[in-house]
Design a protein around this ligand. Structure first.
Ligand SMILES: Nc1ncnc2c1ncn2[C@@H]1O[C@H](COP(=O)(O)OP(=O)(O)OP(=O)(O)O)[C@@H](O)[C@H]1O
Ligand SMILES: [Mg+2]
Length: 296
């Protein structure tokens, strides 16, 4: 059974996609794990475009081809039959393959407000539960095919994010080590607790809800700045604060040109040459090792 991990943060541009992409490739390449990446972001420039540049143009047209997560939520709104099938596209790179469920910009319109409403409280609660379970419902039939399912997300607490949290065993939160990061992490932890508590309540009246609480396994320091090979003082202070706010991964990734070049060339930093790229590649390998030890 796959371990499902979501990359979540309240703030945008902190390195979620970069972390998810490199951990996915690290797990496949260095740990020989079977990996599925789910893109639950609905903004341009997400992980789908990193894997498949042709999808960026398609994304800009406001739609996506094939059957996506969006269509599955739509089934709930039209009260039609639910079916879990979505299109999976394999990313082939050298000798490795990673499966990807690409993003759909229309996921931005997903909301429990669109569920058909009745004046029956039980019926309404069952529909809310179905919405929360949607991502899990889609992943259930395919999860035996993978060791890890990594979900990249949009930086916003939304009904999509809640469904992502429900489907996940763990959440990790990439953050910049600035003064605001521990506040953002607290918001994410609160939302994870909300989902867990909502399921607890619903389980009192609905039988057969197979759910284990989603665990926040820690923040990941991204774009960290060093001074003489150690974290700058203010960043170390924030790192320590994160340790007390749900925990933080030992490994952090420094700010630098290696990852910028890798992004521009749509390659993993593992395959970029240069001193800075070597350093960042080493950090991502160490992060992948730590990740595989924590998210089990
Ligand atoms: N350590 C780093 N050093 C330099 N640039 C980086 C580093 N990490 C990420 N970047 C760059 O910063 C930008 C934002 O990163 P990324 O897209 O991973 O963030 P994100 O949290 O996924 O953003 P969003 O919330 O918009 O999805 C990208 O252009 C990425 O290439
Ligand atoms: Mg992103």
């Amino acid at each position: 059974m796959a371990v499902t991990v979501a990359f979540v943060s309240e703030k945008g541009g902190v390195g979620k996609t970069t972390a998810c992409y490199h951990v996915a490739i690290g797990l496949r390449r260095y740990h020989e794990k079977r990996v599925l990446v789910v893109d639950a972001d609905y903004q341009r420039g997400g992980i789908s475009g990193r894997f498949f540049p042709d999808l960026i143009e398609e994304f800009d047209s406001g739609a996506a081809s094939g059957t996506t997560l969006y269509h599955k939520f739509q089934q709930l709104y039209s009260a039609g039959a639910r079916t879990p099938d979505v299109d999976i596209r394999p990313w082939e790179y050298g000798s490795i393959t990673i499966d990807v469920i690409p993003a759909d910009p229309r996921l931005s319109t997903v909301s429990v407000d669109k569920l058909p409403s009745t004046n029956n409280i039980r019926q309404n609660n069952l529909m809310l539960l179905g919405h929360l379970q949607m991502v899990d419902y889609i992943l259930s039939p395919i999860q035996e095919n993978y060791d890890y399912i990594l979900i990249d997300s949009h930086p916003e607490v939304s009904d999509v994010l809640r469904s992502v949290i429900y489907a996940s065993d763990y959440c990790v939160s990439p953050v910049k080590l600035d003064r605001q990061s521990s506040i953002g992490v607290a918001t994410i932890i609160a939302e994870i607790n909300n989902v867990n508590a909502d399921v607890d309540m619903i389980r009192m009246s609905v039988q057969g809800v197979d759910y284990t609480d989603t665990v926040f396994s820690g923040s990941i320091g991204m774009m960290a700045r060093e001074w003489a090979e150690t974290l700058k003082y203010s960043e170390q202070t924030e790192y320590n604060r994160l340790r007390r706010t749900g925990g933080v991964f030992e490994t952090y990734v420094t700010e630098g040109d290696g990852l910028r070049q890798a992004a521009a060339r749509r390659m993993p930093v593992y395959d970029i040459s240069g001193a800075n790229a070597d350093k960042q590649a080493g950090q991502f390998r160490a992060l992948t090792d730590e990740f595989a030890g924590v998210c089990v």
